[in-house]
Design a protein around this ligand. Structure first.
Ligand code: EPU
Length: 421
């Protein structure tokens, strides 16, 4: 859905108070297609009320799954008898995670026809490793006319060695392999928290997935999985965005309902900058200490610094004292926020994949355009820091991944609202 609105932020107010983080986007978009792997009802709680979740639920319905969705409460799906296996472009072009329908449908009925996924334009984003994994499991894959056709008589467990760490590839192979005959071993697997959450979800359906969270995942396939009730983990990237927004406004914010161990790479960088970060059970408190220092950051697969926080932390570093370097190693074009930050007074240069940032005393509000989800988060952070009014266009990108972001920020004292264009 394209929003006909703009977000207006009057910056310069410190964020103060407590806020509860929503359920994880990137875990939800894996768990929803995973419900296709059984013939019994599944109930999922803590899904974030975001566009990506609503679109995936819509896709399940077109495949014949019965759906009862109460946003903010639960999703109940009954995949019994669902016999669809084709997902057209009209349903995939806005969302990257639609590629998980390939793994889910292959695991379900050994057949999938899924249009190439869309999603944020942050680099070339090939899916050759997913296809290599499916092929190893015995599927025949044809890539024709913008669709991927995947078919197998039966799936048979195999060793899959990824050429690079891929979150999507790891998830997709897990989805197919839990229903394959025999054992699958995924080497060089991604270790992100949502990989572990998906494994826990699959195991709650009776699957046997071991080693998730390490570089080697071992799966013993099962002919049949059963229904389950499951609560997805909190969103690591929303937690990080709120922590960064707190630091950016020199505020004092406690993020509740998060998992502090998932945040260690960000916490370490904030501490290095001179921001106070305290942990207590499932809460993290970010509060000011003094001057914020420039730092250098390189994005890495988990547990390294997440690429999804590269854009928001770049905004924060625009106001730090000194020169920072932020190197993006995962997505080669995740820099479309830089031109917009420059309009707001940021002093930044891009050298290949490294952003050179010279901290400035203040940013100022300007009209800016969002080009991808985390660029949107970066511009919201910049808007909160800036003097004057920032006018953000392209808010639909933000709504794909952040649940009610302006309500949450307003609850912390931000002056932020939307109005129609
Ligand atoms: N890659 C390949 N071939 C493949 C798969 C990946 O060359 O078959 C490359 C990619 O081009 C990239 C790198 O490997 O350079 C890593 O890509 P990965 O597969 O890990 O990313 P993804 O599955 O496309 C997911 C998240 C992203 C997040 C990345 C990295 C979902 C739906 N998407 O993408 O989330 O940035 O992992 O953690 O889970 C976001 O939330 O804003 C977002 C973009």
């Amino acid at each position: 859905m394209i929003n006909n609105d703009r977000m207006l932020i009057q910056g310069g107010r410190p964020l103060i108070g407590e806020i509860t983080v929503s359920g994880g986007k990137n875990t939800s978009v894996a768990v929803i297609p995973a419900t296709l792997l059984c013939e019994e009802p599944c109930t999922i709680e803590n899904l974030p009320d975001i566009e990506d979740v609503r679109e995936l639920i819509g896709i399940l319905e077109t495949l014949g799954v019965k759906v009862e969705y109460v946003p903010g409460q639960y999703l109940r799906v009954d995949p019994k008898g669902a016999d669809g296996y084709r997902v057209p472009y009209s349903l995939t072009h806005r969302m990257r995670a639609s590629y998980y329908l390939l793994g889910g449908l292959l695991g379900r009925g050994c057949r999938a026809e899924v249009a190439y996924p869309g999603g944020c334009e942050i680099g070339s984003r090939p899916i050759d490793q997913h296809i290599k994994g499916f092929t190893a499991l015995g599927a025949e894959i044809e890539d024709r006319g913008g669709y991927i056709y995947a078919k197998a008589n039966r799936l048979i467990g195999a060793d899959v060695f990824f050429d690079m760490v891929t979150v999507g590839g790891t998830i997709n192979v897990m989805l197919a392999a839990v229903k394959a005959e025999g054992s699958t071993v995924i080497y060089n697997a991604a270790k992100e928290p949502h990989i572990v959450d998906l494994a826990n979800f699959l195991n709650s359906m009776g699957a046997q997935v071991k080693g998730a969270g390490t570089g080697v995942i071992r799966i013993r396939g099962k002919q049949r999985l059963h229904g389950t009730s499951y609560t997805v983990i909190p969103d690591q990237i929303e937690t990080g965005t709120l922590m960064i927004a707190a630091a950016a406004t020199r505020g004092d914010v406690t993020v509740r309902g998060c998992i502090p161990t998932h945040m260690e790479s960000l916490t370490a960088k904030l501490l290095e900058m001179g921001v106070r970060v305290g942990e207590d059970g499932d809460s993290i408190r970010v509060s000011p200490l003094g001057e914020q220092r420039a730092v250098n950051i390189k994005t890495q697969a988990y547990p390294g610094f997440p690429t999804d926080l590269q854009q928001p932390i770049t905004a924060l570093l625009c106001g730090a004292n000194g020169n920072s370097m932020v190197t993006e190693t995962i997505f080669e074009q995740r820099f479309k926020h830089l031109d917009e930050l420059r309009r707001m007074g940021a002093r930044i240069k891009l050298m290949e994949r490294t952003v050179l940032i010279e901290g400035v005393r203040e940013l100022y509000g300007a009209p800016v355009v969002v080009t991808d989800l985390r660029a949107g988060a970066a511009l919201v952070v910049a808007g909160l820091m800036a003097k004057g009014i920032t006018e953000i266009h392209g808010t639909s990108y933000i709504d794909r991944g952040y649940e009610h972001i302006e309500d949450k920020l307003r609850a912390l004292g931000a002056d932020i609202h939307r109005e129609p264009i």
